[in-house]
Design a protein around this ligand. Structure first.
Ligand code: 4F9
Length: 244
């Protein structure tokens, strides 16, 4: 996969590209990340990329011209047009499902803005998929872009050493993680649940499943509702398939 990032702060990405899974995916040739500085496409003597909003009001707005010129050059380079993605609080909520969908693409083009927002004509011209990583205001789209790079990279075939860790075991898919323990067996008087030391695989799986369900019910009941919905959708998909 190739991921292009259009940003005013390409240097902000350098560290995350150099550590852990993302670094290894790049070394293995599974992922190429190309950073483009929107400011390189500014035309006036001040290298402006933002301007005051028409109608007045606080803050500055990202101008059309530098972003569109930058995108046109990026798209002219390399294979395939790719999926245009703009990071914005007004976007579709990011999720593991959306990450899975994006991981199927050959190329992603991430547009990270700064200031109070984008000139609306950037959206009209580019028709990007808009993605939000959550309901809070950040100083720019760079961190959301890094979130997407990280979540998508983990899903590229071969990116994780152990393919089993991509998806949790099927009995806990879509649930919160069960509690995990590692050595030592006693740490400051705190032991490890007996069942995990028993070597009884069926009992361990049952305990983990029960813990994952309990934890999800207590902390994120919305996830259980989501799972129930998916199961209903799968049932009706099967029925619709039988009819057609
Ligand atoms: C983008 C917040 C995506 C959440 C971009 C200010 C943003 C954001 N998800 N906030 N610029």
């Amino acid at each position: 996969m190739r991921i292009d990032v259009l940003t005013l702060f390409p240097e902000a990405f350098e560290n995350i590209l150099e550590v852990s899974i993302v670094r290894r995916a790049r070394q293995k040739g599974l992922l190429e990340v190309v950073l483009s500085n929107i400011r390189d496409f500014a035309l006036n003597n001040y290298n402006s990329v933002d301007d005051k909003p028409y109608g007045g009001g606080p803050g500055m707005v990202m101008m059309c011209q530098p972003i569109l010129d930058c995108l046109e050059q990026v798209e002219a380079d390399g294979p395939g047009k790719g999926r245009r993605i703009m990071l914005s609080p007004q976007g579709q909520p990011f999720s593991q499902n959306l990450a899975r969908e994006l991981a199927q693409e050959e190329r992603l083009i991430l547009i990270a803005g700064r200031y109070e927002g984008f000139d609306e004509r950037i959206r009209i011209a580019l028709q990007p998929l808009e993605i939000s990583i959550g309901d809070y205001v950040l100083s720019g789209g760079e961190i959301p872009a890094m979130v997407i790079i990280d979540a998508v990279t983990r899903l590229l075939p071969g990116a994780l050493g152990d393919e089993r860790s991509t998806e949790q075991e099927s009995f806990t898919a879509g649930l919160l993680e069960y509690p995990q323990y590692t050595r030592p067996e006693v740490f400051r008087d705190l032991g490890v649940p007996e069942v995990l030391l028993s070597g009884h695989h069926a009992k361990i799986e049952e305990w983990r499943s029960q813990q994952a369900r309990q934890r999800t019910r207590q902390r994120r009941p919305d996830l259980l509702a989501e799972l129930a919905n998916e199961t209903e959708e799968q049932k009706s998909d099967i029925q619709n398939n039988r009819k057609s």
